[in-house]
Design a protein around this ligand. Structure first.
Ligand SMILES: [Zn+2]
Length: 222
C-alpha cells in the first residue's frame, strides 16, 4: 500500500507538469508552497478510490492505516523537521555546527513535537534525510505539510463544483507558475487561505480519517 501511494504521489507530480507542458518555461516554475499540491492531491484521490472498492474491514484498515500514517508524518514529523531547520539556520549564523550539536538539535526537535509518545528518537536523521542536504534549497520540508493541508482544502471544494471541479483544478495547477498560493485559490475556488477557516476545513478531513481509522481498528481487533 505504501508503494501504491508513493506511485500515486509521483503520478500527481507528473500530472502537474503535464497540464503545464505547453506553457512558457518562465510560467511553469512553481514555488515550493505549490510543489506538493498535485502530488498529495493524487494520493487522496487514489486512497479514496481504493477505499470505495475495499469490501472487508481488514482491507479498509490497510488503507486507513496509510491514511493515519500520512497524517502523523505531515502533522508531526514535518513540523519537527522544520523546527530542526530553524535551529540549524540560527546556529549557522554564529559558526559551523558540529555533529554532536546537530544530534542535540535533532533530538530536541523530535521531542518538541512528539513529546514522550515514542520510545526513542533518531538523532542522526539530519545525516540520512536528503531534504536537509540540498544546498541550493533551504527549508525543503514544510512544502509537504503545506501541500497536504492545501490540497485537502482544494479537495474539500469538489462537492461544491461537482462536474466543473476537474476543469477548475486543472486550471488552478496551470496557474501555479504565475500566481501565489493565495491568489491561485482565490481566483479559481474563491477561497481565502489567509483565513483560518480554510485550514480548519482541511483539518476536519484529517479528523474524519482518524475517526474512521479508530473505528476500523476496533472492528478488526476489538
Ligand atoms: Zn512530492
Amino acid at each position: 500500500m505504501t508503494n501504491v501511494l508513493t506511485l500515486a504521489h509521483e503520478l500527481g507530480h507528473a500530472w502537474h507538469n503535464w497540464v503545464m507542458r505547453d506553457l512558457a518555461p518562465m510560467a511553469s516554475h512553481y514555488p515550493m508552497t505549490l510543489a506538493e499540491t498535485a502530488s498529495i492531491f493524487a494520493e487522496t484521490l487514489v486512497r479514496e478510490a481504493l477505499m470505495a472498492q475495499a469490501t472487508t474491514p481488514a482491507a479498509q484498515l490497510e488503507i486507513a492505516w496509510q491514511d493515519a500514517q500520512s497524517a502523523a508524518i505531515f502533522l508531526l514529523n514535518i513540523p519537527a523537521r522544520f523546527e530542526f531547520e530553524k535551529r540549524l539556520v540560527e546556529a549557522r549564523k554564529v559558526g559551523t555546527v558540529q555533529p554532536a550539536q546537530l544530534r542535540e538539535m535533532m533530538s530536541a526537535s523530535w521531542q518538541m513535537w512528539y513529546e514522550d509518545s515514542l520510545s526513542q528518537y533518531d538523532d542522526l536523521f539530519w545525516a540520512s534525510k536528503l531534504h536537509f542536504s540540498i544546498s541550493g534549497l533551504g527549508f525543503y520540508n514544510y512544502p509537504y505539510l503545506f501541500g497536504y493541508l492545501f490540497s485537502l482544502g482544494i479537495y474539500a471544494q469538489q462537492p461544491v463544483y461537482q462536474d466543473n471541479f476537474n476543469q477548475l483544478y486543472t486550471q488552478l495547477l496551470r496557474d501555479t507558475g504565475t500566481m501565489t498560493a493565495e491568489d491561485v485559490v482565490q481566483h479559481h475556488l474563491h477561497k481565502d487561505i489567509s483565513q483560518a477557516q480554510f485550514w480548519q476545513d482541511s483539518l476536519a478531513i484529517v479528523e474524519t480519517s482518524v475517526a474512521q481509522f479508530e473505528r476500523l481498528v476496533s472492528s478488526v481487533f476489538g
